[in-house]
Design a protein. Structure first.
Length: 169
């Protein structure tokens, strides 16, 4: 899942990432899946991974990255954790930079909530989809205003709204 302001760029990124896949228009099943993804952004309500809707995610990363990404899904919507806190939670205290690297490697926006990780001083730092978008997501989750930041929501291309990738193995 990606989020962005340019639907054409999102489609090109999807095509680049899944070069051997055929992109097809949305059918009813696909549209239902996109609605669940948009729901993660529009009404994050679920407080933990267990409460979030189950999505068929293709999560690829090192074992460390996957441990970090699982830990991020346990941060409640509206809450944050520091890179150091996440490092400690995965049994790797002192690995805050490695946690930041795992966040940077995450290609699955919102469902793996790297936007909930902040610096030790509480300030926002880098986010693959932009710090302003990170702020908007956190504001929306915390119930601070509409959270209508740049590129948040279905009109901005949340998810891969232009089509689905189907493998041609």
């Amino acid at each position: 899942m990606s989020i962005g302001d340019d639907p054409g760029r999102l489609v090109r990124t999807l095509q680049d990432r899944f070069a051997r896949a055929e992109l097809v228009g949305g059918d009813a099943e696909y549209e239902a899946l996109v609605a669940r993804v948009v729901g993660l952004i529009e009404a994050p309500g679920g407080k933990t991974r267990a409460a979030a809707p189950e999505l068929p995610l293709d999560v690829r990363g090192t074992l460390f990255q996957q441990r970090v990404w699982r830990a991020l899904r346990d941060i409640p919507a509206g809450g944050t954790a520091t890179y150091a806190q996440v490092a400690a939670s995965v049994g790797a205290p002192g690995s805050a930079r490695a946690v930041a690297g795992a966040c940077a490697a995450n290609l699955i926006a919102v469902a793996i909530p790297c936007h909930r990780v902040v610096r030790t001083d509480g300030d926002l730092s880098g986010y693959r989809w932009g710090v302003e978008r990170k702020r908007a997501l956190l504001d929306r989750e915390a119930g601070r205003g509409p959270g209508a930041g740049p590129g948040v929501g279905p009109e901005a291309g949340a998810g891969a709204g232009a089509g689905a990738a189907r493998s041609q193995s």
